[in-house]
Design a protein around this ligand. Structure first.
Ligand code: ATP
Length: 286
């Protein structure tokens, strides 16, 4: 085998709560996270010099040491000093700096792909630990599915699979820095927190309406203050038939739950033209 293709799926945060700030600067979170169909494809080929070469279809994405795929390779190369190297093509579909965890997903896929391709004797649990050092969401992106994430987001408990639903993802044409959103969050000012027990119980019952009623994210107020369009898109989604809509992660992407496929596509057409969006998709649960 001299190449491998790995899927790097995006995530949404169905519920996201921030409990406090830790002495190391990170925040303690509780979040129900869900893998979705929207994905990047990571193509990895073995090359005969011990180098890491990255290309991508997104012009502005760094392809040097700053790229999370590069960091993933470097972590493994430093440990195993291979005679071979890798050439990686990132075929990006997940919007960047969007709250959809695209960078963490690419990082997770690269760890899994490079281990497999270069046959590094690293156990899956060790790989999860390496992932954790590269980004709090990387272990979730390796594990995939429906999970409760705690701690800095890296302590995972698998939940019952989420019932099927059509998800409309709409990204306003702005990029949001996760670090900036967290630094602007005043924990004492949080008024409405997600009811995690209600979310988890709704998922256990596969009760889509109850899940939709409990979508909640404490970071919304911070990002919406800067980009009110997020609130307008949410409202438009529900007017166009979504059971409910929410901002994912630190934003700015809004996702809406639709029971009906035609409805979701009709809403996509409307919202795309009304808000002049470039990045808008219908996806499913994965
Ligand atoms: P999260 O929801 O986890 O906060 P996000 O969706 O807001 O993530 P990402 O798209 O994961 O944000 O990436 C944010 C930053 O990471 C950008 O500044 C980007 O340049 C950098 N980055 C490095 N490697 C990648 C990659 N392979 N794909 C996307 N972004 C990357």
């Amino acid at each position: 085998m001299d190449y491998i293709n790995v899927s790097a799926n995006a995530k949404i945060n169905i519920a996201l709560d921030v409990l406090g700030k830790r002495p190391d600067g990170y925040h303690d979170l509780r979040s129900v996270m869900q893998t979705i169909d929207l994905k990047d494809n990571i193509y990895i080929r073995k090359i005969f010099t011990p180098k890491i070469k990255i290309v991508s279809n997104v012009r502005f994405l760094p392809t040097d040491e700053r790229n999370l795929c590069h960091k993933a390779c470097k972590a493994l190369f430093d440990k195993y000093n291979p005679d071979f190297g890798v050439y990686i093509e990132i075929d990006k579909n997940i919007p960047v700096s969007a709250g959809l965890g695209g960078g963490s997903a690419d990082c997770a896929a690269t760890l899994i792909g490079v281990k497999e391709l270069l046959k590094f004797p690293v156990s899956y649990n060790e790989l999860l630990d390496i992932g954790k050092t590269l980004g709090a969401d990387v272990p979730f992106c390796m594990e995939k599915g429906t999970m409760l994430a705690e701690g800095i987001g890296d302590r995972l408990t698998r939940l019952t699979d989420h019932p099927p639903v059509y998800i409309l993802l709409a990204k306003p044409n702005v990029s949001v820095s996760t670090a900036k959103v967290f630094s602007n969050l005043v924990i004492e000012d949080i008024k409405r927190r997600p009811d995690m027990e209600a979310v988890i119980s709704a998922i256990n019952r596969k009760d889509l309406k109850a899940i939709a009623e409990n979508l909640s994210n404490v970071l919304e107020t911070v990002t919406i203050k800067e980009y009110p369009m997020i609130e307008h898109i949410k409202r438009r989604m529900t007017e166009l038939g979504a059971l409910s809509a929410l901002m994912s992660g630190s934003g700015p992407t809004v996702f809406g739950y639709f029971e009906n496929k035609e409805n979701a596509w009709e809403a996509l057409k409307q919202i795309k033209s009304e808000f002049r969006l470039r990045e808008i998709f219908v996806s499913g649960i994965s």
